[in-house]
Design a protein around this ligand. Structure first.
Ligand SMILES: Nc1ncnc2c1ncn2[C@@H]1O[C@H](COP(=O)(O)OP(=O)(O)OP(=O)(O)O)[C@@H](O)[C@H]1O
Ligand SMILES: [Mg+2]
Length: 552
């Protein structure tokens, strides 16, 4: 359509007026009319052919082409450009082309046109975003050439626009996963070494504690050191999870079963204003993972969803079988084709901006303000999913809610045996009401599930204040047993028991503790008749101890 000359694109004035090239040659030669006629006819035919060819190229080429006048208006667009922008030819006609540019790219764009028009350059290439008619963003590689008349004055611009959205998306994923790799390695390295150091600090403070008399003035300081160490251990554990260096207890499980068991606790966590719906596919495939870790994943996602819906909304958990084919794998970094089980967790909350979305899996990234979030929830989720051989994707728009989709490879092996039905059947049962107070969700969940199975009615709290609230709500009903963690943030087990007894004087108490016996005796927490269940406990010992305390 144009000829390159001395590095510049030039056409005659006559051609430029229509925006198309016509021939610059006169049609016939007066001196030799006869020959001239046939020659000119031939020339005309050739010209028509050429024009038709150029028109076909313009119509069929996969690159968007727009001819834009010096005021920036689209004089002509080809079908590819119409498709990229999602507008019809008529809708594009005479529109100012920069109207379609993403606001964030507008300044750069206009500066480049200015440079073109001022003669500083004749051609430029940029990567920029357009906004389609449907509101979607299209990434494009844009080549702009200024066409000048033979005298040098600018005539119009040719825009060549290539849709590179898919490439950009892949690039982005690639950068993202590289970043996560690097941060993961760093976090893993630090937390691993840190764990060793913490073990030493903790061990020595424990030793010292056991050597000091109960009323020794330094005890308190040591207790503080120990508490701080425990907090640090907790952090390290989450970082290890993120960096996929956790010890996983892999089991073949059915995800539906796990979700059903978790439902009650989820409802408790999200509160009454949020409606929980589960859509579980019947013949769901099995997966191999650490069930406690997957519970952690679901819990972290549910807590985030709750935070995103402060005035209520809907949380939906959905499971399905999916087959990811080669095409899908090609367009998604780090996905191997195959059969997967998909879990999606959607909320109708505040959603996220693209800037937030890009960073959510980074450790310590939070938008929740000091003291509210540590920014480790989703990093842990990410680590656990990856360590299970899976992938996680997020879909979210501000104001439109959020969906997380987790894909975990299907396995054909049989479900790993949980403690056999018979073993459990033999264990002592009961029908009393137990209030379970425990801040660790996986321990809570295990005990809750099991005790219910044994016939008990279970009330639950994750901390002392919640437990007291439940005690007040149940003044008329009897709560038979308080099964509580001994060491909890805010209110410890011992204080809780003291306050509880004033409301329910007859209540029996069973402590759960991660401390060694000697440490507890030294804590002064233990009275001769205090019943204690050591962590990690087996279901057998839980059943026996609960019955024992209730029957005392
Ligand atoms: N469902 C969601 N809706 C909207 N924003 C979300 C959602 N889930 C996560 N986010 C955003 O991602 C950020 C990181 O989440 P992440 O769970 O890692 O940390 P956190 O919730 O801020 O803190 P923590 O989980 O450690 O208490 C959040 O601060 C929030 O901005
Ligand atoms: Mg969170």
């Amino acid at each position: 359509m144009f000829k390159e000359k001395k590095g510049r694109t030039e056409v005659s004035e006559e051609q430029s007026r229509s925006g198309h090239e016509t021939t610059g040659k006169p049609i016939h030669n007066e001196g030799d009319y006869h020959v001239g006629l046939s020659e000119s006819k031939q020339a005309e035919e050739a010209l028509q052919k050429r024009e038709a060819k150029l028109r076909t190229i313009f119509e069929r080429v996969a690159v968007g082409i727009g001819l834009v006048d010096l005021e920036g208006r689209l004089m002509e667009s080809n079908p590819a450009l119409q498709e990229i922008l999602g507008y019809s030819e008529k809708e594009l006609q005479n529109r100012v082309f920069t109207e379609f540019t993403h606001p964030d790219d507008l300044t750069a764009d206009t500066n480049l046109y200015k440079e073109l028009l001022e003669g500083k350059r004749d051609h430029h290439q940029t990567e920029k975003r357009f906004i389609r008619k449907d509101g979607e963003i299209v990434w494009s590689l844009q080549n702009v050439s200024l066409v000048r008349a033979s005298g040098g004055e600018p005539l119009f611009m040719i825009f060549m626009v290539e849709d590179i959205t898919e490439r950009k998306r892949l690039e982005n994923h690639f950068l993202q996963s590289q970043k996560m790799e690097t941060v993961g390695r760093l976090a893993g390295g630090i937390s691993h070494d840190f764990n060793n150091i913490l073990t030493v600090i903790k061990g020595y403070s424990q030793l010292l504690l056991s050597e000091l008399n109960e009323d020794h003035p330094l005890r308190e300081n040591l207790e503080e050191i120990k508490k701080a160490t425990e907090r640090a251990e907790d952090l390290t554990r989450q970082l290890l999870a993120f960096s996929r260096r956790q010890v996983m207890e892999m089991k073949v499980i059915g995800l539906n079963h796990l979700i059903k068991n978790l439902e009650k606790m989820l409802r408790r966590v999200i509160g009454e204003d949020i409606e929980l719906t589960t859509v579980l596919t019947d013949d769901l495939g099995r997966i191999k993972t650490d069930p406690a870790q997957i519970e952690q994943v679901i819990l972290n996602l549910a807590v985030n969803a709750r935070d995103a819906m402060p005035s209520g909304g809907k949380l939906t958990l959905e499971t399905t079988n999916v087959e990811l084919d080669k095409d899908y794998a090609h367009t998604h970094i780090s996905v191997a084709p195959g059969r997967y089980v998909m879990l999606s967790v959607s909320d109708t909350g505040c959603g996220m901006t693209p800037e937030v979305k890009e960073r959510i899996f980074e450790p310590f990234f939070t938008t929740k303000g000091q003291g509210k979030g540590t920014g480790l929830g989703l990093s842990t989720v990410y680590g656990i999913v990856k360590q299970s051989g899976g992938n996680i994707w997020v879909y979210s728009e501000p104001g439109e809610g959020t969906t997380f989709k987790i894909y975990i490879p299907r396995v054909e092996e049989e479900i790993d045996a949980l403690p056999s039905q018979e073993e459990i059947l033999d264990l002592p049962k009961g029908n009393e009401t137990v209030l379970l107070v425990e801040d660790d969700p996986s321990v809570w969940n295990l005990a809750d599930r099991f005790l219910r199975g044994q016939g008990y009615k279970v009330l639950g709290a994750t901390n002392g204040n919640e437990a007291i609230q439940i005690a007040q709500e149940h003044l008329k009903e009897k709560i038979h047993l308080l099964l509580t963690d001994m060491v909890m943030p805010q209110m410890g087990g011992k204080e809780l028991v003291g306050r509880f007894k004033s409301l329910h004087p007859e209540i029996k108490v069973l402590f759960i503790s991660g401390y060694t016996d000697s440490a507890i005796t030294h804590h002064g927490l233990s009275e001769p008749d205090t019943a204690l269940l050591q962590k990690p406990f087996s279901l057998t010992s839980l059943a026996i101890k609960v019955r024992e305390v209730l029957d005392k």
